[in-house]
Ligand binder design. Structure first.
Ligand code: G3P
Ligand code: MG
Length: 262
């Protein structure tokens, strides 16, 4: 059965990466949550997508220029709607403490492709370990070196490279990272690419799928998980209460006939 992961929480319905969006995702019966982590000036892992606070708070500047305490003065809800005024940027620890009372899985995306955030891997890993959540956490990143750092720290850690481009035989690349899971953008998932992953027993968790028809097709393909802004819609497509025709995706690669490259 495919898992449903709420992208930045139930981010269609509540401001992304806030406790409200995570709680909403739980209410909507998501199996897991995907969230983005950056580091403050005093090296506290905080949950925010961008390197700067401008888009999702009432402040401005780089996350890395604020201490955690200073960040708490920013409002991270009212940009989305007045109803969420007073929302704060959560720390990863705050989230982990809350998550422990649930059965949720967690996908921590390390946002370290733009800012290097030296030492981020160990800080985040230790925090998860301290809260005894190692078995419920998957780490992903577009920075695959960072994932290798985690793997060096703990060979049992679950790492998943993120990608969104036309990688050639991506299953070979994924295997070279000593992992058996991958988080590709849905646009890259031509049926042949999915077959390549399946033949190598690589688990595919694809992002960010919000269209019910694409969801249907991916459920039929038995991908490991969907990462979506609308976990409620995904749930109803999965349980059949929302009946839709599947639509094949990955057509960006059709003209190359990926089969001939297998
Ligand atoms: O982890 C999947 C997805 O979140 C990656 O892209 O930009 O939404 O963090 P982004
Ligand atoms: Mg993300």
């Amino acid at each position: 059965m495919t898992y449903i992961f709420a992208h930045r929480g139930a981010s269609k319905y509540a401001p992304e990466n806030t406790m409200s969006s995570f709680k909403k995702a739980l209410e909507m019966k998501a199996d897991g949550i995907e969230l983005d982590v950056q580091l403050t000036k005093d090296k506290v892992p905080v949950i925010i997508h961008d390197e700067t606070v401008k888009r999702t708070t009432d402040g401005k500047g780089f996350v890395s220029e604020f201490t955690y305490k200073q960040l708490q003065n920013l409002d991270s809800g009212k940009w989305f709607s007045k109803q969420f005024t007073g929302e704060r940027i959560p720390s990863l620890e705050e989230f982990l403490i809350w998550m422990k009372q649930t059965k949720l899985l967690l996908n921590i995306e390390l946002k370290n492709t733009i800012m290097p955030y030296y030492g981020m891997e160990k800080i985040v890993y230790d925090l998860v370990d301290q809260h005894k959540l190692r078995n419920r956490v998957i780490y992903s990143s577009f920075n695959h070196y960072s994932l290798q750092e985690l793997k060096k720290m703990d060979p049992n850690v679950e790492i998943a490279p993120l990608y969104s481009s036309g990688l050639y035989q991506p299953w070979n690349y994924v295997k070279s990272l000593s992992t058996d899971c991958v988080h590709p953008h849905w646009r890259t998932l031509h049926p042949t690419i999915l077959k390549g992953f399946r033949d190598c027993s690589i688990k595919v968790r694809t992002y960010t799928v919000n269209d019910p028809k694409k969801m249907r097709w991916l459920f039929d393909q038995k991908v490991e998980a969907l990462i979506t802004d609308v976990p409620d819609i995904a749930r109803s497509v999965l349980d059949g209460s929302l009946a839709v025709k599947p639509s094949v995706i990955g057509n960006v690669f059709h003209k190359f006939n990926p089969k001939s490259y297998l």
